[in-house]
Ligand binder design. Sequence first.
Ligand code: SF4
Ligand code: SF4
Length: 343
Amino acid sequence: MFTDACGFIEPTLDVLALSITTSCNLKCDFCSRDAGGRRNYLTPLDITNILNSASSFTNLRLITISGGEPTLHPNFFEIMQAAKGYSQKLSINTNGTTLTSEIIRKMKICGVTSVALSLDSSNSKLHDEIRGVDGAFNKTLSSINLLRKNGIRFTLKTTLGKKNVNELSNLIIFANTLGASKVSVSRTIPIGRAAKNYDFIEWETYSKSLNDGIKIAKELSIDLVIDDPLKIFLNKNSLNKAKDALIAGEYGGCAAGISMAYILPNKDVLPCPAFPYVLGNIEESDFKTIWFSEKANSIRNRDFLKGKCGSCQLKNICGGCRGMAYSLTNDIFANDPFCPKTV
Ligand code: SF4
Ligand code: SF4
């Protein structure tokens, strides 16, 4: 990705995430959608129209189908068929409690390349508590067994909040035992249901958990993906690498609206799944028009950042989590209040 001297970052649209339904069978503490209430669905025709529009200007690396819980969509199979062939990879993001042999068979037919399952702890009681439903952990483990039996690659996704911030290392060890190809970790953004349950974690606690996780993941040779621009502050090595990238004129950090877009079941287009900053709606314009709109372009311009982020020398390789800034201040250009940088 390229950033010009003015701080504008050329969008690449690497990942298009489709939230196909608000329906969900769990009540997760940190759900940014507050899913499970209203019923909204994207249709297979919506998917075709969106992907035709996106494929006219980009080579997508990854399409993810998520929810709510996507397998609860009445046309889940048709949706997967509609998404087939538009990207190098097709992934399903599921809470893992609903998979059956039949669903997995259909995933294979539709060319699903991996399934991402949510797991917030290797401790069943804690996972169930965070997910709001007893037995969720065991159901997810059953789904993992089915995926393994059918040879489908799977990854684990976890969101760190106050309750599970110290669970990451054990979760990585557990993921390795299960045969997961990767663990992805992000921090809780206080939006939707997460805003009601939000409890700020101190940077020291969060960064220690991530650094311990990095160490374990390296020992076990399992991929750990940290979706957080502040990972540049985890250790000296990360910061030095980021500074080298800055000198080389590279862009990095928050991917919202740059390499990622997210479409809600009501057809609103967002820059990232983590926060409801609406760029436009597919009922009113096609995806391409929304993606290149003035509103979308503004979030790609790091010169618009304010306060500490605005004057920061690292903004082109970090930019802060725009979701965190927006959720706490209602201003997408505000500081990421989590940032540990002191000078
Ligand atoms: S001030 Fe903002 S841009 Fe700079 S390091 Fe912190 S979060 Fe990133
Ligand atoms: S706003 Fe940026 S940093 Fe935050 S979750 Fe989205 S892509 Fe990641």
